[in-house]
Design a protein around this ligand. Structure first.
Ligand SMILES: [Zn+2]
Length: 243
């Protein structure tokens, strides 16, 4: 089966999965997972445990960042900061066993336009995901909202033919009004997630990881586990795509 066909709107096995087919044939080959985030670090903080669990079972994961976080270093030029944070993203990706891609927008200056919808759709089309994760659209950071919006538009344009889940980061500071529908147990992979988050050494991981760790523990309590990552599954997405 050529999974790339799904994005031109034809009915394919992936599309069938998206409508509740058992998916066993496809699962045997492994899933392709794409995790979209505004900045380097967002996919790792929001989904690092889930990503580690996918990779453990031989699914392939790409972290797709909207920008290189080039405004996020004090006393550095944008170029220097972009280089530092791109390297940090590569290091995190090595720890988790994923690949990385950048949409090459500008940190803090995200542009949603017809042209950028097209570009983002093309990036996702090249990845041919079976399941897509993106940031929750109600978020205090404009880049997170933009990443969510661009990913959602691509999903609609792809005829909703793959899974779609939203994730949370730095609740209260960034993500707000997030009521999960689904949970992934991350207790056994928390150390790996922590290392991937701390790979973003220029971004005060001791402070931000402490907050995300509280969120993981709370989501664990909420779902009857010790630590969990939580997601909102789109109602029209298949419900059996989490690890
Ligand atoms: Zn961010």
């Amino acid at each position: 089966m050529n999974r790339r066909k799904f994005l031109v709107g034809s009915a394919t096995a992936c599309a069938v999965i998206g409508r509740g087919f058992s998916g066993q044939g496809m699962k045997a080959k492994g899933l392709k997972v794409v995790v979209v985030g505004g900045h380097p670090g967002d996919p790792e903080y929001g989904c690092g445990g889930t990503i580690a669990r996918y990779v453990e079972r031989k699914d392939r994961v790409t972290m797709l960042y909207l920008n290189r976080g080039e405004k996020g270093c004090s006393q550095r030029s944008s170029q220097e900061c972009a280089d530092i944070r791109s390297t940090e993203a590569k290091n995190a990706s090595k720890i988790l066993g994923t690949s990385t891609k950048f949409a090459d927008q500008t940190d803090g200056e995200s542009v949603i336009s017809p042209g950028n919808y097209d570009k983002f759709f093309a990036l996702l089309q090249a990845e041919a995901p079976d399941v897509l994760f993106t940031q929750w659209p109600i978020d205090n950071h404009r880049d997170h909202r933009a990443a969510s919006n661009l990913a959602y538009d691509a999903w609609v344009r792809a005829n909703k033919s793959f899974g779609l889940y939203f994730y949370e980061v730095s609740d209260g500071e960034d993500t707000v009004m997030f009521s999960p529908t689904d949970y992934v147990d991350i207790e056994k992979v928390e150390a790996k997630k922590r290392s991937a988050c701390f790979a973003h050494a220029s971004q005060s991981p001791e402070r931000f990881y402490a907050l995300q760790d509280e969120v993981s523990r709370f989501r664990g309590i909420e779902s009857g586990r010790r630590m969990a990552e939580a997601f909102v599954r789109h109602r029209e997405s298949a419900d059996h795509l989490l690890p």
